[in-house]
Design a protein around this ligand. Structure first.
Ligand SMILES: NC(=O)c1ccc[n+]([C@@H]2O[C@H](COP(=O)([O-])OP(=O)(O)OC[C@H]3O[C@@H](n4cnc5c(N)ncnc54)[C@H](OP(=O)(O)O)[C@@H]3O)[C@@H](O)[C@H]2O)c1
Length: 385
């Protein structure tokens, strides 16, 4: 199993600001919470959680933290008073929660509907509800940083790779999916309409697995690789690079962006970049090594995105029991992003002192190992909730 060290920085220091984490019941927010708890900051954390009451919110949070291997004693040390119950779909709770929110020093805003599907809550949550939370926080005299988690893919199609950070976005109708359109729109609104918000936007590229826990916290997107190798076919070329980072590296970067006293920029990619990205061929080799099989190599057939349906005959035999229409839809959605063939420049983050990310092939064995007894179809459910 891989053990990777990438030199966490900035976590030292005497000041212990109160940090609100949203989305801590999810993949990235859970990884952020796990890191801050491991750094001894558990008592300083507050969590915005969808729940009927704080006890239920704490229970939901604890369940997720167990998936991130947070020690039981650290989970037990958390208490109900650290939970703020709230749903970004209906923000009527914000008025009552405002006094609690005014005691927050930093926000790491990971909550979002992170789905490529057509989900009617994407815009109301990712744009409207998120804006209302930020608007309340912008009135705080105490808040010194609001780290908003965007997505590097909101840059839209037809950018030159490696893509550099930019506040320019394509029109919503030119985005690949509603999700990326919503993430672009909220960044635009936060920046333009809330000038008093101490905003820093962090845009992760593609987050897959965890360097030591593999897919235990979440199998999000890992199943796409599994499916590609099982079908011996996908839309990208073996020599194309894919910008993948692990959740713990991403969390480390988010924590650092929240805690570092001064930052040179207000917008950062968290990505593998040119140095850290692997080719699909390298991933094929590492996957084969980890799963004690042969690389797909020369058997690999690159398929045109319009012809993905031709692979359907292999679904049952290679992917296992799964709804073939859902598999095809998933392949189409994810191939749209793979075919952009983007690397995201990460020099800004490295300039801040963050170490380079581990390569996907360095920890892929942990992802394979933690997926041994889980079908591709059930891992796929992660991204189609
Ligand atoms: N994973 C990636 O590859 C990736 C890449 C780039 C950017 N990002 C960004 O990273 C952030 C976190 O993504 P993730 O992968 O961690 O997603 P995730 O696992 O689906 O977690 C989403 C989190 O948001 C919360 N949430 C959803 N709807 C909400 C609502 N109406 N009110 C309050 N909270 C709500 C969820 O709470 P419940 O548990 O209650 O549903 C959950 O805690 C998102 O902003 C996403 O755009 C992710």
């Amino acid at each position: 199993m891989s053990v990777i060290s990438y030199n966490p920085v900035f976590l030292s220091g005497d000041d212990q600001p109160v940090i609100l984490i949203t989305g801590a019941t999810g993949f990235l927010g859970g990884a952020v919470a796990a890191q801050l708890i491991a750094a001894g900051r558990g008592a300083t954390l507050r969590f915005l959680v969808r729940a009927q009451n704080p006890a239920n919110g704490l229970q939901r949070l604890a369940e997720n933290l167990r998936g991130h291997d947070v020690p039981a004693k650290d989970i037990e040390a958390l208490n109900d008073s650290q939970i703020i119950c709230g749903d970004l779909l209906d923000t009527s709770w914000l008025t009552a929660a405002t006094p609690q929110l005014m005691l927050i020093d930093r926000v790491i805003n990971c909550a979002a509907v992170a789905s490529f599907s057509k989900n009617p809550t994407i815009w109301p949550v990712n744009v409207e509800g998120t804006f209302r939370l930020a608007e309340v926080m912008s009135r705080s005299t105490r808040l010194t940083r609001f780290v908003h988690v965007g997505t590097a893919m909101s840059c839209g199609p037809q950018r030159a790779s490696p893509v550099r950070e930019s506040w320019e976005f394509p029109a919503a109708q030119d985005q690949l999916v509603d999700y990326t359109a919503s993430k672009a729109e909220i960044e635009r609104r936060l920046r333009q309409e809330l000038p008093q918000l101490p905003l820093v936007v962090a845009r992760p590229s593609i987050v897959v697995g965890h360097t030591s826990l593999g897919c235990k916290p979440s199998a999000s997107i890992f199943w796409v690789f599994r499916m590609g190798f099982a079908l011996e076919s996908f839309t990208c070329g073996m020599d194309e690079h894919i910008d993948v980072i692990p959740a713990d590296y991403c969390a480390e970067a988010l924590v650092n962006l929240a805690l570092k006293p001064e930052l040179a920029y207000d917008l950062y990619h968290i990505s593998a970049g040119v140095q850290g990205a692997c080719t699909y061929g390298e991933i094929d080799h590492a996957y084969a090594l980890a799963s004690d099989s042969q690389p797909v190599g020369e058997r690999y057939q690159r398929v045109d995105p319009d012809n993905l349906k031709d692979l359907a005959v292999r679904f049952k035999e290679r992917v296992g029991a799964a709804n073939p229409r859902l598999v095809l839809r998933a392949l189409r959605l994810y191939s749209g992003f793979a075919d952009l063939n983007y690397l995201f420049d990460n020099s800004r983050l490295l300039e801040e002192g963050m170490s380079a990310p581990p390569r996907f092939t360095d920890y892929l064995d942990a992802c394979v190992d933690s997926s041994k007894d889980v079908s591709i179809a059930s891992q796929m459910q992660c991204d189609f909730k």
